[in-house]
Design a protein around this ligand. Structure first.
Ligand SMILES: [Zn+2]
Length: 241
């Protein structure tokens, strides 16, 4: 009897564990390990519910939306090995409470979310921007800027392509408290520009330069995308083995 070659195959996602099962959905069909299988199942369950939840929020049915989050957590917490769902639920809670205008509770939820840790710096920036938005709604503009600057002070060259997208918030929060964007962010903005192989646009102020950079890089391929293209000869990467 021949053994399936798949038994010795590595997980297509983490590339560390042995693949144990095929996971198929619209845009994915690969052999994955037990841990990654659970993660994908958890993500899919959450995504499947997302539109419904957003719809409830749109209609002002905030309690129902919060109940949906509780339900998805209870049904899937046993297989949330990476904490992805815990973070996703915490994010959802902060968002719903914010939309409901329950800013103090939203702030608590965002703080609980931050306590769950971050997968990468962009996650950290996202939590920071959410907290900053809530603080702004509470009229605490100075704290909002401080919170966002703290989050943004964590940098990782791997995510330099995401920097320009996050600059407008820094500009807006600085303007809100009536001060120019701190010069200490110039180097960070330049690292973002470098990732897109462009010069930092020269404008009347650092803030205006940042907004111009965010605008001009919005639809440009990042360094990683360019390198991938150079290596693989163009295309979108679909159908890669
Ligand atoms: Zn895996």
């Amino acid at each position: 009897m021949q053994r399936s070659p798949e038994i010795h195959q590595l997980c297509a996602l983490c590339k560390k564990e042995h693949a144990v099962q095929r996971y198929t959905r619209a845009d994915f069909d690969e052999m994955v390990c037990a841990r990654c299988l659970d993660r994908m199942a958890v993500q899919d369950a959450s995504e499947a519910q997302l539109l419904h939840r957003l719809d409830l929020v749109d209609r002002g049915q905030y309690e129902e939306a919060l109940a949906c989050l509780d339900a998805i957590w209870e049904a899937n917490r046993h297989r949330d090995h990476t904490g992805w769902l815990a973070r996703n639920v915490a994010m959802g809670r902060a968002h719903i409470l914010y939309e409901a205008g329950r800013y103090e509770e939203a702030l608590e939820a965002a703080e609980a979310w931050a306590q769950l840790g971050f997968e990468n710096v962009t996650d950290r920036w996202f939590v920071g921007s959410t907290k900053a938005s809530i603080l702004q709604s509470l009229g605490r503009d100075r704290e909002a800027l401080a919170v966002y600057e703290e989050a943004f002070s964590h940098q990782d060259p791997l995510y330099a392509a995401s920097i320009p997208y996050h600059l407008p918030m820094l500009v807006e929060l600085s303007e809100k408290v009536g001060q120019p964007v701190d010069e200490k962010w110039r180097r960070v903005a330049e690292a973002g520009a470098e990732d897109f192989a462009v010069e930092m646009p020269v404008r009347g102020s650092l803030g205006e330069s940042m907004l111009a950079l965010a605008e001009m890089t919005r639809e440009m391929p990042s360094k990683r995308e360019r390198e991938w293209k150079a290596k693989h000869g163009g295309g979108t990467g679909e159908g890669e083995p």
